[in-house]
Design a protein. Sequence first.
Length: 328
Amino acid sequence: MKAVYIKEFGAADNLEIREVADPPKPTNTQVLVRVRAAALNRADLLQRRGLYPAPKGFSQSIPGLEFAGEVAETSDSVTAWKRGDRVIGITAGGAQAEFLLTEESLLAEMPANLSFIDAAAVPEAFITAHDAVFTQARLIKNETILIHAVGSGVGLAALQLAKAKGAKTVGTSRTADKLEKCREFGLDEAILTGVSANFAEIINHKTGGTGVNVVLDLVGAAYFPANLESLAVKGRLLLVGLTSGANAEFNLGIALSKRLKIVGTILRGRSTDEKAEATRKFSEEVLPLLGGGEIRPNVDKIFRFEDVQDAHVYLESNKSFGKVVLEL
């Protein structure tokens, strides 16, 4: 089969399309998927640079965390899926290839109203967002959520899910155009910011000093102190990304006095059972919204499989609004 292959760690020109061995036949609870489209994530950029190795048992040379495709073959033990079923799913690596061997519990039914391209933009962003915002932060109706990098894939997914739940939404971005585009996805309040901006003053002004109930942070160290200042009493901070760094100093007294919860979360490194549970909740609570058109994936740009180098360069430029997808 053909696959995106990292020849050596480094720049985008170290990527190529290479013929590699086909996956083995599925056994036990495994399903073989014919991948039709696979979205890019910043984790792929880091893996290419040698900064984010795949977990044990997954290829270090073939990236890809999410996909849309068709069931090509199942083991005799699999009852949930059959050949030809259109599916989407998450994986810890290897999705950017013509075929992928995965566990049946990590697959979800592809909404009939979506194309393979649109569907490939769903799993990683929406499962991550749903798990962080609702399973862990327990956002409820009429609460307020602050979403950093709101124009990103996870940011847009969280924005739509929060709005569908009846929450009030505030989002930050370093790009005014992205903030404006986010309004059609349900953004109530927009804050134009840089990595050194103190958005907490704006948040406290907009909330009358109360603060927000939940912060979904995809930025990391540079925003950490202001995140704590922005949170309301019993607020919840969900750390999902570290694009500005991993080390931060902060006032522990704020966390104590406000009785805050600070939670770090990552999807890729979880056990199969944990991922399966997140996928199950996504299937029950998010797929109906996607199927009914109440929420939707946002594909920024589509690249041919062979143009994966260009896709990486584009994603690294930070120009994208939503997801970048490879079409196989």
